[in-house]
Write a protein that binds this ligand. Structure first.
Ligand code: NAD
Length: 489
C-alpha cells in the first residue's frame, strides 16, 4: 500500500474522495504516516443508493457464483498476508505476529462462508393440515450497515463482510476512523476479485457523523455493529426508527477462574495470554482473574514476574510480544483507570505506568499491570478498561468463584482451569457468558458462534449462527389440495 497517497472511499465500484482528510497515526511513535479522506453522511447515502441498485442482481446470483467470489477474495487476502499484517501493525500498534494471525483468521472466515452457502439451510414442516406442505427458506435481508472497532481492523471487517455477502446481502461498511487502512486494502482486493459494483461500499469517517447516519438511515435494513456498549445502546435506539434488524457485539469484563488442582505454571501462562495478548485490547480479554485462596500468593508472585518480563516493543520489531495502545486518547483512558485502581485501594503488584524511556517516548505504551486484592464493587473490576490491566480476586468455594464471575453487567467470555472436569463443566455452565473455555482461553474458530450474554450484545457472529444473522426466515405454504377455500358463501 502506498501511504503517500490519500486513502479513498469505495462507493458504487469507484474510488472517491471528499473535502476533508484525517491523519492516521502510528501508535508506536505517535507520528502521522498516512492520510485518508473523511466521509460525511452524504457518502453513506450514496453508498446506500449504490448498494440498493446492486442488491437485485447479487441476491439472485447463484450460490456457486457468490462462493467462487468469496474463495477468490480469501485467496487474495492470503496472497497479500504480509502486506495486510504490516498495515494493521503500523495502524493499530499490535505485534506483527498478532496481525499475521488476524490475516489468517480473515482468510478462514471468507473460506468458511464461501463453503457454507451451498449447504442445506432450509427446513420442511409437516403442519397440522395434511393438505399443506410448509417449507422454510432463508433470504437475504437487504442493505446492511456494518460498523467495526479498531482492535482487530481486518479481522472485524472480515467477520462482518464474509457472512453478509455470502448470504446475498449488500453492504455499507464503516471501519473505525482510527484504523481504516486495512479496510481500504481489503476493498482493493474486492475490486481485483471482480466483486460487482455496489455490492460492498466503504464509507469512512467518524462515529457521530458517518456511523450515526448508518444507524439512522431509513433505507438500511440491518445494522451489524461491533464496538463499545454505550455506542451499541445508541445504535439500538436509532435502529428503532425503521425497526432495523440489529446485531451487536459489545464489550466485556470476562473472568478467568483458576482452581488449585491445575498445574500452576500452565495456568499462569494462560492467564497472561488471556489479559495481555493484543495489549489487552480484546473484547473477550480475561481481565478479571479469579484465583483459589490456596494458590493465591504463589500464583500472584509468579504472574507478576512473568508479566514484567513481557517484551514490549514497536509492533514491527522482531520478537515484539506487546505493542502500544491504539491512540493517545485511549492511553489516557487506561492510565486514568490505573489511577482509579490505586485510589480504590487495590494492591498494585506490577506495572501501573506509561513507558516513556528512549524510543518509547512518543509511543502509547503501558506496562502490563496487575492489581491484586480487588473487591467486587471496584470500578477496575466492573468497567471494561480495554488495556493491559488485570484485576485479581480471591475465592474459597466453587460457589464463590461463580458468584464473583457473574458479578458484572457483561457476559461475553469466561475461562475455567481445573483438572476436575466435572467441576470445570459445572462452573462454566453456571457462568453467564456466550464464549467460554475449559483449560484454555481465547482460541476462536470461524465454525463456532461468537457473542455475548447480558450487556455484551445481541446476536452471534461466525458459524452457522453468524450466517443466520444475515437472513430473514420465510415460510412458504404449498396447498396440496388445490380448490376454493369456500369461506364466504
Ligand atoms: P466504539 O464503540 O467507540 O466505536 C466502534 C465503532 O463505532 C467505530 O467505527 C466508531 O466510529 C463507531 N461509532 C462511534 N459512535 C457511533 C455512533 N454514535 N453511531 C454509530 N457508530 C458509532 O468502540 P471502539 O473504541 O472502537 O472499540 C472498543 C470496543 O469494542 C470495546 O468495548 C470492545 O469490547 C468492543 N469490541 C467488541 C467485540 C465483540 O466481538 N464483542 C470485538 C471487538 C471489540
Amino acid at each position: 500500500m502506498d501511504f503517500s497517497k490519500i486513502g479513498r472511499m469505495f462507493i458504487g465500484g469507484k474510488w472517491v474522495s471528499s473535502n476533508n482528510t484525517r491523519e492516521i497515526i502510528n501508535p508506536s511513535n505517535g507520528k502521522v504516516f498516512a492520510k485518508v479522506y473523511e466521509g460525511s453522511p452524504q457518502d453513506v447515502k450514496l453508498s446506500v443508493k449504490a448498494a440498493k441498485e446492486a442488491f437485485a442482481q447479487w441476491s439472485a446470483a447463484s450460490v456457486t457464483y457468490r462462493a467462487d467470489m468469496l474463495f477468490k477474495i480469501a485467496d487474495l487476502i492470503e496472497k497479500n498476508s504480509r502486506e495486510l499484517a504490516e498495515i494493521d501493525t503500523l495502524n493499530n500498534g499490535k505485534p506483527l505476529r498478532d496481525s499475521l494471525g488476524d490475516v489468517a483468521d480473515s482468510v478462514s472466515c471468507f473460506r468458511y462462508y464461501a463453503g457454507l452457502i451451498d449447504k442445506p439451510l432450509g427446513q420442511v414442516y409437516n403442519v397440522a393440515d395434511p393438505n399443506t406442505q410448509s417449507i422454510v427458506v432463508r433470504e437475504p435481508i437487504g442493505v446492511c450497515g456494518q460498523i467495526t472497532p479498531w482492535n482487530y481492523p481486518l479481522m472485524m471487517a472480515s467477520w462482518k463482510l464474509a457472512p453478509c455477502l455470502a448470504a446475498g446481502n449488500v453492504s455499507v461498511f464503516k471501519p473505525s476512523e482510527l484504523t481504516p487502512l486495512s479496510a481500504i486494502r481489503l476493498f482493493e482486493i474486492f475490486e481485483e476479485a471482480g466483486l460487482p459494483a455496489g455490492v460492498a461500499n466503504l464509507a469512512m469517517g467518524a462515529g457521530n457523523t458517518v456511523g450515526r447516519e448508518i444507524s439512522e438511515n431509513l433505507e438500511i435494513d440491518k445494522v451489524a455493529f461491533t464496538g463499545g456498549t454505550v455506542t451499541g445502546r445508541n445504535i439500538m435506539r436509532s435502529a428503532a426508527e425503521n425497526m432495523k434488524n440489529i446485531s451487536l457485539e459489545l464489550g466485556g469484563k470476562s473472568p478467568c477462574i483458576v482452581f488449585d488442582d491445575y498445574d500452576l505454571d500452565t495456568a499462569i501462562d494462560w492467564a497472561l495470554f488471556a489479559i495481555f495478548c493484543n495489549q489487552g485490547e480484546v473484547c473477550s480479554a480475561g481481565s478479571r482473574l479469579i484465583l483459589q485462596d490456596t494458590i493465591y500468593d504463589k500464583f500472584l508472585d509468579a504472574l507478576a514476574k512473568r508479566a514484567a518480563a513481557i517484551k514490549i516493543a514497536d509492533g514491527m520489531q522482531e520478537g515484539a510480544e506487546m505493542g502500544p495502545l491504539v491512540s493517545k486518547e485511549h492511553l489516557d483512558k487506561v492510565l486514568s483507570y490505573i489511577e482509579t485502581g490505586k485510589k480504590e485501594g487495590a494492591r498494585l503488584v506490577c506495572g501501573g505506568f506509561r513507558i516513556t524511556e528512549g524510543s518509547f517516548a512518543d509511543g502509547f505504551f503501558v506496562a502490563p499491570t496487575v492489581f491484586a486484592d480487588c473487591k467486587p464493587d471496584m470500578k477496575i473490576v466492573q468497567d471494561e478498561i480495554f488495556g493491559p490491566v488485570l484485576a485479581v480476586q480471591k475465592f474459597h468455594t466453587q460457589q464463590e468463584a461463580i458468584d464473583l464471575a457473574n458479578n458484572t453487567k457483561y457476559g461475553l467470555a469466561a475461562g475455567v482451569f481445573s483438572n476436575d472436569i466435572t467441576r470445570a463443566l459445572k462452573v462454566i455452565k453456571a457462568v453467564r457468558a456466550g464464549i467460554t473455555w475449559v483449560n484454555s482461553y481465547h482460541p476462536t474458530f470461524a465454525q463456532a458462534p461468537w457473542g455475548g450474554f447480558k450487556q455484551s450484545g445481541i446476536g452471534r457472529e461466525l458459524g452457522t449462527f453468524g450466517l443466520d444473522e444475515y437472513t430473514e426466515v420465510k415460510q412458504i405454504n404449498i396447498n396440496l389440495a388445490p380448490g376454493k377455500v369456500g369461506w364466504f358463501a
